[in-house]
Design a protein around this ligand. Structure first.
Ligand code: AMP
Length: 218
């Protein structure tokens, strides 16, 4: 099963992608995580990515397409994967079809998490993650069971993304509206697009995504 999760920043793509791994062993392929790893490594690509990400802009298509092309070749992707944050432009969407098509593969479903834009700034500015295992939390909506301690691994260190501030989020929303939302009709025309209410409770969103998977599998 090869899935794409689409939706603006803060729609819940990362959270749901992690749940898809837990439930269906679909590997989460997050281009944002890959770029953050480059930033952390201090590579030349990481330095460029840091500048672009903090401005809320998009990295050039060729770099991102190259990263994904290499990643989907890895063994762990054989049972399927969920793309989180890719594709973000029409060029990326077409390149993805081409790279999968060359191996006789294709995307099985595209799930759009539909959310109210007004809610996104609050959602994003409150979010943080465990520094050790990456489990996601939120100041208001998803606090750890014990304050300051990760539910999953017990770590007491947490990190907030640098681009999760109100100003950068506004730029990221503009990028989404202008460059990413226009690819929705591309997938709709292929009959692949499924819409899920991303404003619902986390568990209800997961249930709705599972229902799409069940439908696609039959
Ligand atoms: P994300 O973690 O998906 O919100 O991505 C964080 C940032 O990384 C984005 O705001 C972009 O600057 C960059 N980025 C991630 N994925 C892509 C992509 N597919 N194309 C271009 N830039 C990307």
């Amino acid at each position: 099963m090869k899935l794409i999760l689409l939706g603006p920043p803060g729609a819940g793509k990362g959270t749901q992608a992690k749940r898809l791994y837990d439930r269906h062993k679909l590997v989460q392929l997050s281009t944002g995580d890959m770029l953050r790893a480059e930033v952390a490594s201090g590579s030349a690509l990481g330095q460029e990515a840091k500048r672009v990400m903090e401005a809320g802009q998009l990295m050039p298509d060729d770099i991102i397409i190259g990263m994904i092309a290499k990643r989907i070749e890895a063994d762990d992707c054989r049972n399927g994967f969920v793309l989180d944050g890719f594709p973000r432009t029409e060029g990326q969407a077409k390149a993805l079809d081409k790279m999968l098509g060359e191996k006789g593969g294709k995307i099985d479903a595209v799930i759009e998490l539909v959310v109210d834009e007004e809610a996104l700034i609050e959602r994003i500015s409150g979010r943080y993650a465990c520094a050790k295992c990456g489990a996601g939390y939120h100041d208001t909506f998803q606090r750890p069971k014990k304050d300051g301690v990760c539910d999953v691994c017990g770590s007491t260190e947490f990190v907030r993304r640098k681009d999760d501030n109100a100003e950068t989020v506004k730029a990221r929303l503009v990028s989404y509206r202008e460059q990413t939302a226009p690819i929705l009709p591309y997938y709709r025309a292929k009959g692949l697009l499924h819409q899920v209410d991303g404003m619902a409770d986390l568990d209800d969103v997961t249930t709705a995504i599972d229902a799409v998977l069940a439908k696609v599998r039959t």
